[in-house]
Design a protein around this ligand. Structure first.
Ligand code: GAL
Length: 364
């Protein structure tokens, strides 16, 4: 009987150890939630996160929200249930995510808003991101630098209205483009709301929302394609010729470029982009996309992981800016962007080690 009891005790000890190990195996220190797998941009971030978090020796999990608010929430709940200490989150929907991060924060998680901003909540501890206004400025300035004479047709597009960055990108572009619209260099073709305020250097949130409401592509290639087709169907030949297109990111730039390229009245187009996606670097090499804005995801993920490490170690967190999200002043680590054109693609993308030359054809 004693022997049996001893056996039972030993067995139950082994089982509880096993359970403890199972729990420990499942638990994570850092949780990462990204908006969608459907845009190459976020796959780049995931790949990079996995590499450096493995190297740093953290337990972590990366989840995608697939453009769905409910999935975003359940992703965060899953990570909280696994004991996550630091959440690095790039929201699909900047408003809907507020209650989700508030929940994580209440559970004692330190929340880092990653790349995209989260406004109107005090549940954000830090922000890691690029200088988004400078992205829009770089896009607008590129178009200005290509323009000659006056009356140049300007087609405007913007990202998703659920993404706070989309407003900031457009606002940055407007800052530089507006004086060049006011002086006659450009003519806005495809937005009545933008034409209505074309004399205003500074736009209110309502004015920006009215413009984005007309020109948003929702970060979706198909929406962008349809909008470009619709705009070109309506536009007379006199609004074509050499055209200037503000496209907010690479995926949608390629979608728009493909449409403009096939219009027989469009002789030449200049089009902006953002993210330095592999497919867009190939387009730039071939002259099908004019520029992109490189937001080096190596630096972004490095900065986010370094921040997570500082938090987990209880060390002082490195920041270099403050972001006011309408509810609090949030310490931010802000990174700089680089404009890439056909002339600079080799130096900025290949020689910098961002991508391998073998991923492209036609590089000189
Ligand atoms: C933005 C992000 C961009 C771009 C876009 C589409 O928030 O800053 O780099 O990827 O989303 O997903």
């Amino acid at each position: 009987m004693k022997k049996l009891l001893a056996l039972v005790l030993v067995l139950s000890f082994i089982m509880s150890m096993g359970l403890a190990t199972a729990l420990a195996d499942d638990s994570i220190q850092v949780g990462i939630v990204l908006p969608t797998k459907d845009e190459p941009r976020w796959i780049q971030d995931e790949t990079r996160f996995s590499t450096i978090l493995d190297q740093a020796g953290f337990t972590y999990q990366v989840l995608f929200s697939q453009g769905n608010v409910a999935t975003e929430k359940s992703n965060v709940e899953t990570l909280v249930s696994k004991g996550m200490k630091v959440l690095i989150i790039c929201p699909h929907d900047a408003t809907a995510v507020q209650s989700t991060v508030e929940y994580a924060h209440q559970e004692g998680v330190t929340v880092i808003s990653y790349d995209r901003l989260i406004n109107d909540t005090t549940a954000i501890d830090y922000v890691v991101g690029f200088d988004s206004e400078s992205v829009g400025v770089a896009q607008g300035q590129y178009l200005i630098d290509q323009a000659e004479g006056t009356g140049n047709p300007l087609y405007l597009y913007a990202g998703a209205m659920t993404d706070e960055n989309a407003f900031i990108f457009f606002n940055g572009a407007w800052k530089v483009l507006q004086p060049k619209i006011a002086d006659g260099t450009f003519r806005i073709i495809n937005s009545k709301a933008a034409i209505a305020v074309q004399d205003k250097p500074e736009l209110t949130r309502e004015e920006l929302a009215a413009i984005l409401g007309e020109i948003t592509n929702n970060w979706d290639f198909n929406v962008q394609k349809s909008k470009a087709e619709a705009d070109l169907t309506v536009a007379p030949a006199s609004d074509k010729g050499t055209v200037y297109i503000l496209a907010p990111n690479d995926g949608t730039a390629r979608a728009a470029a493909d449409v403009f390229a096939t219009d027989r009245d469009v002789e030449k187009y200049f089009i902006t982009g953002q993210d330095a996606e592999v497919a867009s670097i190939q387009y730039i090499i071939e002259g099908k996309q004019s520029m992109t804005v490189l937001k080096d995801t190596r630096y972004l993920t490095d900065a986010a992981v370094a921040m997570a490490k500082e938090i987990l170690d209880g060390a002082e967190v490195t920041t270099n800016a403050i972001y006011n999200n309408n509810a609090a002043e949030i310490p931010m680590n802000q990174l700089q962007v680089i404009s890439v054109t056909q002339d600079s693609v080799k130096a900025d993308i290949i020689e910098s080690g961002y991508y391998e030359a073998s991923q492209f054809t036609g590089l000189e």
